[in-house]
Design a protein around this ligand. Structure first.
Ligand code: DX5
Ligand code: ZN
Length: 224
């Protein structure tokens, strides 16, 4: 499977929101990544259902919603109603993770689980077959534009091996500090979805940056 690109709207210019979403619509991006923060799970606050609903009206791409909130089970149904196609909760925010995964799937959305940089891959062992996506945080969640944390790479490899052994099919998504400089390494390690905020929206030509991120694997294959 060709990898997916999910630009993170957090780095966009919100005074030009319709234009920024249209840029993503017209690009080779696969998903639009939306970061919901509550000021409790992470030290920052972004937006919730109301804004997701507005973005849903503008976006032609599936909405990949990353919940960085405590007690996500309280909001899963509303986030789905607002238009989320993929709903990812943090392992660290869920006492009853298995239950929350089932809850997401019952809404009809794809279910993802995110791991903070310090959280070992092994904690997902017992739910690997239940989830559609594993989000590997490669920065500490809360802000865009941070430096990529390198222990993410062996962690992606470990997750990939765990999935292979179990013949499970969850996608591995990487989020934080991802751009043209490390995309190839991440894909080789086993990543399937690249989230890119600053590296897309702060680049001189965001559409072209998305195209280049999307074509990385293809360029590799040309020379094989
Ligand atoms: C961080 C968010 C990311 C963020 C990534 O907590 O989960 O999605 O937007 O931003 P960059 O790509 O700038 O590191
Ligand atoms: Zn995110």
């Amino acid at each position: 499977m060709k990898h997916l690109i999910a630009p993170s709207l957090l780095a966009a210019d919100f005074t030009r929101l319709p234009e920024e979403v249209k840029m993503v619509n017209d690009s080779q991006a696969d998903w639009l990544h939306l970061d919901v923060m509550d000021g409790r799970f992470v030290p920052n606050i972004t937006f919730g259902m109301f804004i997701i609903e507005a973005i849903k009206k503008l976006s032609s791409k599936p909405l990949d919603v990353h919940l960085m909130i405590v007690e996500p089970e309280k909001y899963v149904e509303d986030i789905r109603k607002a238009g989320a196609d993929v709903i990812t909760v943090h392992y660290e925010a869920c006492t009853h993770l298995h239950r929350v995964i089932q809850q997401i799937k019952e809404t009809g959305a794809k279910a993802g689980v995110a791991l903070n940089p310090h959280t070992p891959a092994a904690v997902l062992e017992e739910v690997l077959e239940d989830i559609d996506l594993i989000l590997v945080m490669s920065v500490n969640p809360g802000f865009g534009g941070q430096k990529f944390i390198y222990n993410t790479i062996p962690k992606i490899r470990r997750l990939k091996d765990m999935l292979t052994v179990r013949n499970a099919h969850a996608l591995i998504e990487v989020d934080g500090g991802v751009g043209l400089q490390n995309a190839e390494t991440l894909l080789q390690a086993g990543a399937n979805v690249l989230v890119a905020g600053s590296s897309v929206f702060k680049s001189p030509d965001p559409t072209d940056t998305i195209r280049r991120l999307k074509e990385i694997g293809a360029e590799l294959k040309k020379f094989v």
